[in-house]
Design a protein around this ligand. Sequence first.
Ligand SMILES: [Fe+2]
Ligand SMILES: [Fe+2]
Length: 286
Amino acid sequence: MSEYRIVQVSDPHLSRYKAYYQQNWETFLQLMAENPPDLVVCTGDLCVNGVEHDDDLAFARTQLGRLGVPWLAIPGNHDIGDQPPDLKFKKPVDEHKRARWLERFGDDYWHVDRGGWRIIGLDAMLFDSGLAPELTQWAWFERALRECGGRPVLLFVHKPLFLDDPHETKTSSLYYGVDTRQRLVELARHHDIRVIASGHIHRHWETEHAGVKLIWAPSSGFIVTGHPKGVTVGTCEVGFVEYRLSAGSIAHRFNLSPRFVPNDMREVMETLKSTVYLPPRPLVTA
Ligand SMILES: [Fe+2]
Ligand SMILES: [Fe+2]
């Protein structure tokens, strides 16, 4: 069986009116055109602020349409809101915000079987949301694991399970709550989940927990140097992740092409405390 190539791109934070990172998206499109993968998986935060601006969602959908290769996407907190307690913006995910995603991008959780693997994407913003689809998704996920036909599983979610401490109990918008993390780890223990790949932190890193490889994708849009919110692990570089799948094996590498602009939003974070409420910077078209 030949190799199946997946590119994971995360956190491009696209917007027609706050087009701070569009140049890096154009670079990403060029890199995909030069060496097209079999599939691109976008692991959320496609938008600067899809939560409040439908046009950010519309624009991000248009940009995915420019890829020229098959793609699948899952939402992040900048697309449909955060899971409670949503410590930051007090705009938790709800049925209405999720419906806007479904209308534009199709299913927010899905699986496909490729390269001898089962590839699963989850709408991790539903975790701990208390919404009816949260339960539906868990049931669907457990069935997808039970009925995977002996294939190893590559799982995509938006946030990582934890930072550097798998036993962390402090509530944070950076990772999942203890119960959700434990449930995912238990499912990995009982099924053949080999890799959990995430975005959200805007740093690339890899580690292992309970026999599962955990891979953090960098943002393809921007970085925040220093240690905002106490994040001390991972490396701040713009890029994406490439996976090569074949029966029973998987290899990955971080692609940190020097053609990406290392947009550092540290000063903005220090002054505005946000990468959402930025001054306008409209898209410049040739
Ligand atoms: Fe992000
Ligand atoms: Fe995020």
